[in-house]
Design a protein around this ligand. Structure first.
Ligand SMILES: [Zn+2]
Ligand SMILES: [Zn+2]
Length: 318
């Protein structure tokens, strides 16, 4: 068995917390808004006017473009709690919850959305993603950095001010390990094959000179989209500024189509990459939250998708 879970008691303390957790809707309460910098932990990186700064005690950076802060309720911590003694001798494989959990506040302006971002804003966001995953990869004990965005309550966002998150892990997630093993056993890169074949298919949603967006024929959920760089590259950390610009352009296109065609749904997007393995092919997966995994999905890990990908691409293209 190679499934993992993280027990993070700081994130939900009582049963009633689960029912009452609602996104913060007003600007005055929003800890991510400009002017409320003192309501979060000190920022670890603040992007402002082309430079990178950090907060220090008594000196908080204001007037910023993008602000990176430790999550106040981290799933993992650089100083994890000591394991209970009875678990330490059990048959389960366990380890302390070591890692890092950061929030990337993508704009100082409340209500701004990815679909509103200018080319420059989107390019900066992508470069920040690259900086921050590279930073955490360089920390002792970190094997993988999960980078993702939750937008909207149904996608798991507890604050509606636009932000992404990263969680730096001491392991490679089992799903990526399985994928890595399959790629090593294949002849050539399966993702490069997908770029080639899907560029000519009805499942192609968008392309620019550096990336394609497709509705994969094995979509797990309605309107799932994958973005693949045309050039083989294993990780965000190894992308040039131009590659990042073009991937960012594709992300903004897809999210904008979700907003128009699906009525601004909650969505997640997630970056998949493997550090130090050139055989992997960076990809970004976008899932609008339009259905809820139920008993069958949880029982089998097999997903029922009620929208065929060819139709999804056609709808999204309008
Ligand atoms: Zn806000
Ligand atoms: Zn490839």
């Amino acid at each position: 068995m190679d499934e993992y879970c993280i027990i993070a008691s700081e994130r939900g303390k009582r049963p009633s917390d689960f029912a009452s957790e609602k996104p913060v809707r007003s600007v005055s309460d929003c800890v991510f808004c400009a002017g409320n910098e003192d309501k979060t932990p000190l920022a670890t990186a603040v992007y402002k006017e082309g430079g990178v700064l950090v907060d220090t005690e008594g000196s908080l950076v204001t007037g910023w473009d993008i602000r990176c802060i430790p999550n106040l309720f981290p799933a993992l911590s650089p100083k994890p709690a000591i394991l209970p003694e009875d678990l330490a001798v059990s048959q389960w494989s366990i380890q302390e919850g070591f890692g890092y959990h950061e929030v990337i506040v993508e704009s100082s302006i409340h209500g701004r959305m990815i679909s509103d971002f200018s080319d420059d804003e989107m390019s900066l966001l992508m470069r920040v993603y690259r900086d921050r995953v590279s930073h955490y990869r360089s920390q002792d004990g970190i094997e993988h950095v999960s980078l993702f965005k939750n937008w909207g309550e149904r996608a798991g966002a507890s604050l509606d001010h636009t932000h992404s998150q990263l969680i730096a892990l001491p392991i490679l997630p089992p799903s990526l390990k399985r994928e890595q093993d399959a790629i090593h056993a294949a002849s050539g890169c399966p993702y490069c094959d997908i770029v080639g074949t899907e560029s000519e298919s009805v499942r192609l949603l968008y392309e620019n000179s550096g990336a394609v967006a497709i509705c994969p024929h094995f979509s797990m959920s309605p309107f799932e989209v994958w973005i693949l760089p045309k050039q083989h590259v294993n990780h965000l950390a190894n992308c040039t500024d131009e590659m990042l610009r073009l991937i960012g352009d594709a992300i903004r296109f897809v999210v904008s189509r979700y907003d128009v065609v699906l009525g601004s749904p909650s969505y997640n997007y997630m970056f998949h990459g493997i550090f130090d393995d050139d055989s992997y092919h960076l990809n970004v997966r976008l899932h609008p939250v339009l259905s809820t995994p139920a008993g069958f999905e949880k029982n089998t890990g097999i997903y029922i998708n009620t929208v065929v990908p060819e139709a999804a691409a056609s709808y999204l293209k309008g």
